[in-house]
Design a protein around this ligand. Structure first.
Ligand SMILES: NC(=O)C1=CN([C@@H]2O[C@H](COP(=O)(O)OP(=O)(O)OC[C@H]3O[C@@H](n4cnc5c(N)ncnc54)[C@H](OP(=O)(O)O)[C@@H]3O)[C@@H](O)[C@H]2O)C=CC1
Ligand SMILES: O=C(O)C1=N[C@H](C(=O)O)C[C@H](O)C1
Length: 257
């Protein structure tokens, strides 16, 4: 299997080069941001002029880039028929719709977090929510990341929010309370709250907290090394080979669904 890496010079992209090698797959090359003077992290790995050129030489493209690139990548990869492993977060609803349209033509594995531990946390979050009634337990989600992160709340925090909302039978958009500041008023009944902290080189931490008048439960995941995301994405790439077009998640790759 030939794997291409969009964003090969990025924090996750560089680690993907190693993980593709460890998996024994063929690395077809990568892309960097158009106009960037940054070179490939490995002199033996070719940087193509654009995603279409990379896709033509790849069976699957793993993509950890920037939310502004995703709609164009959706068109390019659905046009070339190349499978897509999409880790980029911070997508607008319109951009997410472009991913869903592309999934009619190609297999896509999309996950806000490719760590196997987070896939399990999402499953546990659903079970916790079902056991803890919204009228009694307030749900809050806390995430902490490195100072360079450009989207908030993180994709994983939003995924946790969607799980809580889904298990409660409500829409996250109707219940979301983010970035309380100033005269914010009391929390709304059934609200799902978000807090995003940034600093230093924190790889990624997420905690879902349920608090009642008399007790508190918390479910935490901490990533210590970005290699966990890169290894999960390569695992998803190998899994995607030969799949029918569709939008899949890490729960499919791990057999949790
Ligand atoms: N799903 C998951 O498990 C994880 C998801 N992420 C997400 O992945 C994304 C990348 O994260 P991270 O690696 O930390 O970020 P980085 O900024 O380190 O890497 C992104 C790379 O993509 C490059 N880039 C930007 N636009 C393009 C383009 N059009 N074509 C090719 N390359 C491009 C950037 O170049 P330049 O610097 O020149 O702009 C940069 O080198 C983020 O959205 C992040 O939230 C991160 C970790 C885990
Ligand atoms: O930008 C990051 O670094 C990360 N982004 C993902 C997210 O937004 O959830 C996953 C991980 O937490 C690291």
């Amino acid at each position: 299997m030939r794997i291409g890496i969009a964003g090969i010079a990025g924090r996750v992209g560089r680690l993907l080069v190693q993980e593709v090698g460890l998996a024994g797959a063929e690395l077809s090359g990568g892309t960097v941001r158009p106009g960037s003077t940054v070179r490939s992290p490995d002199p033996d790995v070719f940087v193509f002029k654009d995603l279409a050129a990379l896709a033509a030489q790849s069976d699957v493209v793993i993509d950890f880039t920037h939310f502004d690139t995703v709609a164009v990548h959706a068109d390019t990869l659905s046009g070339s028929g190349t499978s897509w492993i999409l880790g980029t977060t911070g997508l607008s609803p319109q951009t997410q719709a472009s991913v869903e349209r592309a999934a009619r033509h190609i297999p896509i594995v999309q996950a806000a977090n490719f760590s196997p531990g987070v896939a399990l946390v999402l499953d546990l979050a659903r079970r916790m929510t079902l056991a803890l009634p919204a009228e009694v337990y307030d749900a809050e989600i806390l995430e902490m990341h490195h100072r360079q992160k450009v989207d908030a709340p993180s994709g994983t925090a939003l995924a946790l929010g969607h799980v809580v909302a889904g298990a409660r039978g409500v829409r996250l958009d109707d219940m979301r309370e983010s970035g309380r500041d100033g005269h914010a008023g009391p929390r709304g009944p059934g609200a799902i709250g978000f807090a995003a902290l940034r600093g230093g080189q924190i790889v990624g931490e997420h905690t879902l907290i349920f608090t009642s008048g008399s007790e508190q439960l918390a479910l935490t995941h901490r990533a210590f090394d970005r290699a966990v995301f890169a290894a999960g994405a390569v695992r998803a790439a190998l899994w995607a080979e030969g799949r029918s077009p569709g939008l899949y998640g890490m729960e499919d790759v791990l057999g949790l669904r």
